[in-house]
Design a protein around this ligand. Structure first.
Ligand code: RIB
Ligand code: CA
Length: 303
């Protein structure tokens, strides 16, 4: 399966990219970057660093630096650290960004790999909405869009109502849901059922001394955030769960519904059912232990 991950790395993004690199059924053909957990230049630097560390010779195309609600964004430093990788702050600049921007790259790859390309969006949906605007054929050219975002049947994480990726560009997300490609939504409804604990990171570091230790080290900050906010002894495998949903659909229970995003008021950024819009598949339940097991199995095989 040909895959592009649209990402704002980000600790759980780094885990998702490592998983995709390790999964034999995934042919990761590029990364596109977006603001969100970090400023976009940090997302791109981190994506290029990860690609190099994973031995992936793939393009990184930089995307949006702000959403349609530009004034509302500030990076999630308290969750992912000042540079996106927890306590790690001296992240080297490796290589260069692709000459196309993210939306152009997505459009071009969707044309080149018509009906084959899966796009997994694990940051704000700005680049996806931009690609749909740039090429009205984009939605029809891709095989599927898998989104980590939303909290349809459970509370949000950035506000009581909204999940962070959707909140950061609520308008772009609503644009995507108004006329979606074939879409699977992997929201907090399921990603908070895939908790990865300190002991899991330690086991990963044992089996994968380079990548596993790196993920364990950057995740200490992230685990502390989860402890501080909810007394949770593990972090959600948010973005990895979305990548796993690209290829392991039977692990998820889904419902079909149209969606809208609330664009004003107290519930701003909430992702809600909208019966008259085109249906997307919303994940309601997951084999959480299975996801954790699969993630560990795959990433543990990396050096
Ligand atoms: O709400 C979880 C999502 O927000 C994840 O994609 C995480 O990386 C942050 O961007
Ligand atoms: Ca992310």
């Amino acid at each position: 399966m040909k895959l592009i991950i649209d990402t704002d790395p980000g600790i759980d993004d780094a885990m998702a990219i490592a998983y995709a690199a390790a999964a034999p059924e995934i042919d990761l053909i590029g990364l596109t970057t977006v603001f969100g957990n970090t400023h976009v230049h940090q997302s791109s630097r981190n994506a290029r660093f990860l690609a190099d560390k994973l031995g992936l010779n793939i393009p990184v195309a930089e995307g949006a630096s702000a959403g349609r609600h530009a004034e509302s964004h500030s990076p999630s430093e308290h969750v992912h650290g000042p540079e996106g990788f927890g306590d790690l702050t001296d992240i080297p600049q490796v290589g260069e960004n692709h000459h196309l921007n993210a939306a152009e790259f997505l459009v071009e790859m969707a044309r080149r790999h018509k009906d084959e390309l899966v796009v997994c969006a694990v940051g704000p949906l700005t680049n996806i909405a931009d690609a749909m605007q740039l090429d009205p054929g984009f939605a029809g050219n891709i095989r599927r869009l898998v989104i980590m975002g939303g909290a349809v049947y459970c509370p949000g994480n950035i506000t009581a109502h909204a999940e962070a990726n959707i909140y950061h560009d609520a308008k772009a997300a609503d644009e995507v849901f108004s006329n979606p490609p074939e879409t699977v939504l992997v929201g907090l409804d399921v990603t908070l059922k895939t908790l990865y604990e300190t002991a899991d990171f330690e086991a990963l570091a044992q089996s994968s001394p380079d990548m596993g230790s790196f993920l364990r080290d950057i995740s200490r900050f992230y685990l502390q955030f989860y402890r501080d906010i909810g007394g949770l002894e593990g972090c959600g495998l948010h973005d990895s769960t979305a990548v796993i949903a690209c290829s392991h659909e039977p692990m998820f229970d889904t419902v079909e519904t149209g969606l809208q995003v609330v664009l004003d008021g107290e519930e701003f950024g909430a992702t809600q059912p909208h019966p008259s819009r085109p249906s997307v598949r919303v994940c309601k339940d997951v084999d959480g232990a299975g996801v954790v097991r699969l993630f560990t199995e795959r990433v543990a095989s990396l050096p």
